[in-house]
Write a protein that binds this ligand. Structure first.
Ligand code: PAF
Length: 280
């Protein structure tokens, strides 16, 4: 295992391995690794000769009142977990390495960011795609792995790869859940025990939504109302959005036909959690 902190050193290391015919998988993370991240690393290890896990808490994807400062950074523990799951290299650049003085170039994503989290977190996806393309250019991977929990993020990144003709594959892996259904997230550790119990309402609402769609109810308004009722019956929960969108364009739909994503963002106390389910 190797920890690399400089972009040039990372590129040089990868070039050497590419010349030797090795395939490279990248798992971009902000650290605070959980089973969701580890499932991505394991998959990358199955599908590539060399696995790079990047750990970088990207300041430009956080809004001014968001949790950048308090975002957990258990680096030594992350390294151990990543290596155990199959990482060969940890890429851990500092903010000054990624955005040195005089830095001024940003990637602007398009309409896919108009709704869902994009509507509530202005500049978030601009920060995400900018850092992701910098990570792609640093690691020169054949494949990069992302979780479906951040459904909009995965779609926006796939679109960027297509639009900017990047020669790599984006692999989106299933949501990993706790036993009681809560989607794994680094932010779950902000929850108090009482909030942690309430947080299962996101999954519970999606489960009911899925049962409604399976039983033939296709009216998005009706399903959203039911989801809202379930979440609002929980005193600690406050809905940020509940949306049913076309799974490709992310545009809201009135009726569920073809592939649709049911996506939620809910505050449990001060912690904002997201979850989703893709239908069809
Ligand atoms: O999903 C995340 O953890 C982050 O948004 C990512 C993709 C690592 C970019 O900072």
């Amino acid at each position: 295992m190797k920890i690399i902190r400089k972009i040039e050193q990372m590129q040089e290391y990868i070039r050497k391995h590419r010349r030797a015919g090795k395939t490279i998988g990248l798992v971009p993370t902000m650290g605070a690794l959980h089973e969701g991240h580890l499932s991505l690393i394991r998959r990358a290890a199955r599908e590539n000769d060399l696995v790079v896990v990047s750990i970088f808490v990207n300041p430009i994807q956080f809004g001014p009142n968001e949790d950048f400062k308090k975002y957990p950074r258990p680096f030594a523990k992350d390294v151990k977990l990543a290596v155990k799951a199959g990482a060969d290299i940890i890429f851990n650049p500092g903010a000054g390495e990624m955005y040195p003085p005089g830095y001024q170039t940003y990637v602007e994503p398009g309409e896919l960011t108009a709704g869902l989290c994009g509507a509530f977190r202005p500049a978030h996806f601009r920060g995400v795609v900018t850092v992701v393309i910098k990570l792609f250019n640093s690691v020169l991977a054949d494949r990069a792995y992302f979780g479906q929990k951040d459904y909009q993020q995965a779609q926006v990144i796939k679109q960027m790869v297509k639009d900017l003709n990047l020669q790599m594959q984006i692999v989106v892996c299933p949501i990993i859940r706790e036993k009681d259904g809560l989607a794994m997230s680094s932010r779950n550790q902000y929850l108090s025990p009482e909030e942690r119990r309430s947080a299962t309402c996101l999954h519970e609402a999606l489960r009911v939504a899925k049962a409604m769609v399976s039983s033939g109810i296709k009216d998005a308004g009706k399903i959203k109302r039911e989801i809202r009722n379930i979440i609002q019956s929980n005193l600690l929960a406050k809905v940020d959005y509940i949306e049913i969108v076309d799974a490709g364009s992310l545009e809201p739909v009135k009726q569920i036909k073809g592939q649709a994503a049911i996506a939620l963002a809910v505050f449990i106390g001060k912690t904002r959690l997201i979850d989703n389910m893709v239908w069809g």
